[in-house]
Design a protein around this ligand. Sequence first.
Ligand code: B12
Ligand code: SF4
Length: 446
Amino acid sequence: MKVAFVLPGIGKKHNEKYLKSWLMEPLTIAVLNKILPKKYDRVFYDDRIENIDFDTDADVICITVETYTSKRAYEIADRFKKKNKIIIMGGYHATMVPEDVRPHCDIIVHGNAEELFEQVFKDIEKKKHKKEYFGKTCLDYGIPDRSIYKDKMKKYLPIALVETGRGCHHNCEFCSISAYYKGTYHHRKVEDIIEEIKQTKRKIVFFVDDSIFSDKKFAKELFQEVAKLNIIWVTQVTLDVAVNQELLELMKKSGCAMILIGFESIDPKNLKQMNKEWNAKLGQRDELVENIHKAGISIYASFVFGFDYDTEESFAKNLEFCHKHKFFVSAFNHLLAFPNTNTYRRFEEEKRLISPKWWLEDNYTYGTISYKPKLLTTDELRELCREYKKKFFKISFIFTRWFALLKRNRNFMLHLVYWYMNILLHFEVDKRIGIPVGHNLDEVKK
Ligand code: B12
Ligand code: SF4
């Protein structure tokens, strides 16, 4: 039996390439490749960078589905179905909205696949497979098998993705992670993580984790081991890391160069509504940011606009906050109601969803606001996000922030990353807006 893995793309503008900053190695596929029993032949199509061979001799097609990629995933599945392939779908969207996915596949894998993937294939061989399988959270996959995309590595950004944990102990209203993992957190074995980092031979590592400090004991143990490797690493954490000086020092010593913090909003009323008021309660936000910077660690500050108390002034205040702290990089995104999150349910109850299944709309483009914000119009919200991103990535501000970085950290590699990211994102502000979701992915030029 032969298995084809497919990672669908979001979409791209006609005659343009896929957005470069989205082109990271597809770790999900390396993990699925590892847990698929060795006896099966396999092939992988990365829809973001190459054309899918719809005439493949594979018998089973495994498609990973995220909300943004779902429209394309269904198209791919329907085309393969016409060729009598067995279609398996899994991933965030398949788990959160199975009713959406069901008509397009033979099997849905809900949740994590580690404990049941082998069984699914045994059942397929016996022609007795079920329509749905339910996986528990489990990260016991050892080391992911990246051999399936080694021929494509040059097309991905030169950063290794190494998973450390899944889930998060917080429950922010808009978040798919909290809806998927329901406030729980699980991590891998430290020795597997260390072995994997060594095997990737990369000098820059992104620890894939939604909240690495959900288990502080584990995080400390991990960083003590990582300190022996001479790498630089980045990850996503919550602001509370800054109250623990010992941890900050350990992070820095082990090579932590940057952390992505989801500030989301600096307005306490918004934070309360999204169930993230702990972000502000932890103490003075400015002091916490300074603590992190003093430790020599840079910040990727992520903001989301369109919450109920946001006005144009909120954008200006946020930019002021960025000017004050000169963040390494920043995101000014608009709020999105991801399916099955509490934000989605609230907007549904309040009758504020303009398009309940926005991800399937034929003319949906990246940046389209699919709900009614309270104090801004949809056009204002979209335009302000674009305008303030432009302000953040202005060349003069890139220089200002770089001078601040020089004082914080002298690592040459980090400075290269700084310029690469900031210039890339400077040019991507307009490239992103208007990407037609689900379209132009069969074009030869990718
Ligand atoms: C790394 C990452 C990225 C990277 C690269 C992603 C990539 N595909 O290469 C970057 C930074 C580029 C990125 C960008 C974006 N991301 Co992202 N990203 C992640 C992150 C942190 C890790 C993904 C990962 O590798 N996990 C490790 C693997 C092993 O776990 P897994 O994917 O869950 O797979 C397991 C199961 O889900 C299941 N499974 C998954 N697929 C399949 C398929 C089959 C057939 C089966 C059987 C099982 C199965 O089995 C696997 C093993 O158990 C996740 C959050 C997270 N912790 O997962 C967000 C996440 C996936 N991203 C998300 C989003 C929204 C985006 C963006 C749209 C953000 C934006 N506005 O620009 C873009 C879209 C990029 C794109 N799709 O092209 C959301 C998706 C939500 C949703 N409902 O779909 C997530 C969940 C983050 C969040 N907090 O909500 N992302
Ligand atoms: S802290 Fe981050 S990962 Fe955790 S629930 Fe909130 S937004 Fe999601």
